[in-house]
Design a protein around this ligand. Structure first.
Ligand SMILES: [Zn+2]
Length: 441
């Protein structure tokens, strides 16, 4: 129904691919792939938003520290740090060999379903004839197919706190509010937004001690990408997170627009060890600035959900994309508390049960190479009855120096990809156009 991410198109139009992979060295084979869903279900639950140090995915991101003699990571926001990451859609022809090898091994091992990428037809990811998006072979999240290994619901009585598309210029207000109210949240971050907003990233990660998850590098419809382009989107987001957290490898990702399928899920999990977290309610707060929903409509929806059934619990799609979306959360917060919801970060939810325990593995200040407990992660999840909207915002940040110089370098565009969308096409198109102007404002 609409075009893909406005920002991505702009990026493709105006930006030169620029990869500066300072210090990368080809790594050896990546034999121990991330836990398969079958295996993971039998492992003890993990304890953190990131994998333990002995998880094989670490091999993809560990590198010889050539930036200084101490082997430490460059300071977040420093020139050496900034120079190490793509400033636009990552160039998949210039990836670290370890990532390419890991993909090739997973494909050769038969772990990556051989289904074609979708193509955007009137803005909707569409598969070739013979590939049913609701069938088990494809199982598209856009079409509301629930893979049982994805996380859609929270346990009874629990509200999973999570925010997409940060860090942005509007994030600090949210982060301060969360900290002042002792709310632990998961931030599904866009890689390039971290690059443009390092101070806000540090506030979420260091000051708040919040959980960080992957929301891709430039926020594309992931099912439209080739295998190697998927590797680029996952890999670079995880690399900037790894380098910015003294070597932590995140365990979770959320697909932009909720757009995932069996191939994308498999690459996320088998190559990178990422489990998919979706949502079961959508405020559509991403459209507040583009003529979509209104604060009143969000308040009504929130009141309905928060005063309704607690089984299953709630995972509400919310954003740190605009002042308005942040305000919508802050307005709803008292209602959450008044109605007795237990708030947890989304990444504390696993297999229908909260998994955070006292068995911490690493602290924020842990150094690279520290040994950890052998606690293994689990990739299981529950799947239950609450319907999910597949509408979802798009947001990327400045993907070129030109775009970066506009506003503050972090902008969002709105879209909706769902085949079962609740939004009129005309409104959505209007929102996209409005989003473009907003982006360039
Ligand atoms: Zn998003």
């Amino acid at each position: 129904m609409f075009p893909p991410s406005t920002r991505r198109l702009l990026a493709l139009a105006v930006a030169l691919p620029s990869l500066v992979c300072a210090g990368f060295v080809p790594l050896h084979d990546f034999h121990d792939h991330s836990p398969s869903p079958t295996i993971a279900k039998h492992l003890p639950p993990g304890t953190k938003w990131y994998h333990p140090r002995d998880h094989p995915a670490h091999r993809l991101f560990a590198r010889q520290a050539t930036n200084n003699s101490t082997g430490s990571f460059p300071s977040v926001g420093s020139p050496a740090w900034s120079a190490a990451y793509p400033t636009t859609t990552p160039d998949s022809s210039q990836l670290p060999q370890a990532w390419v090898n890991a993909l090739n091994e997973a494909v050769q091992a038969g772990k990556i379903p051989n289904i074609p990428p979708s193509t955007l037809v009137n803005g909707n990811p569409t598969y070739p004839s013979g590939y049913d998006p609701l069938g088990s072979q494809v199982c598209s999240g856009t079409y509301k197919c629930r893979n049982p290994d994805d996380i859609w619901d929270a346990p009874e009585g629990i509200l999973g706190s999570g925010f997409d598309d940060g860090p942005t210029e509007f994030s600090p207000t949210l982060y301060s509010f969360l900290k002042n109210n002792s709310v632990k949240a998961t931030h599904f971050m866009i890689g390039i937004n971290i690059l443009w907003n390092p101070t806000a990233f540090e506030q979420a990660y260091v000051t708040n001690g919040d959980d960080i998850a992957v929301h891709t590098y430039t926020h594309p419809y992931m099912t439209t990408l080739s295998n190697i382009d998927l590797v680029a989107q996952f890999g670079w987001t995880m690399q900037i997170l790894y380098d910015s957290t003294a070597g932590k490898v995140p365990r979770y990702w959320r697909p932009p627009y909720g757009d995932t399928d069996e191939r994308v899920r498999a690459i996320a999990l088998e190559v990178f060890g990422l489990t998919t977290i979706v949502w079961n309610q959508d405020t559509e707060d991403w459209s507040l600035t583009t003529g979509g929903t209104t604060m009143q409509a969000i308040n009504q929806s929130m009141t309905q959900w928060l005063t309704g059934t607690k089984s299953p619990g709630l995972i509400i799609l919310e954003h740190e994309l605009s002042a308005e979306s942040v305000q919508a959360y802050m307005d709803a917060y008292p209602v959450m508390i008044q109605n007795g919801w237990k708030l947890q970060s989304v990444s504390e939810i696993q297999d229908g049960q909260p998994f955070r325990s006292d068995g911490g593995i690493l602290d924020v200040n842990d150094s690279v190479g520290a040994t950890s407990s052998t606690t293994s992660s689990s990739a299981t999840s529950s799947s239950s009855s609450t319907s999910a909207s597949s509408s979802h915002p798009a947001s990327t940040t400045g993907t070129s120096s030109t775009l970066r110089s506009s506003a503050t370098g972090t902008v969002g565009a709105t879209h909706q990809s769902s085949a079962g969308s609740r939004w009129p096409i005309s409104s959505a198109l209007l929102a996209c156009v409005a989003g473009l102007f907003f982006t360039l404002a």
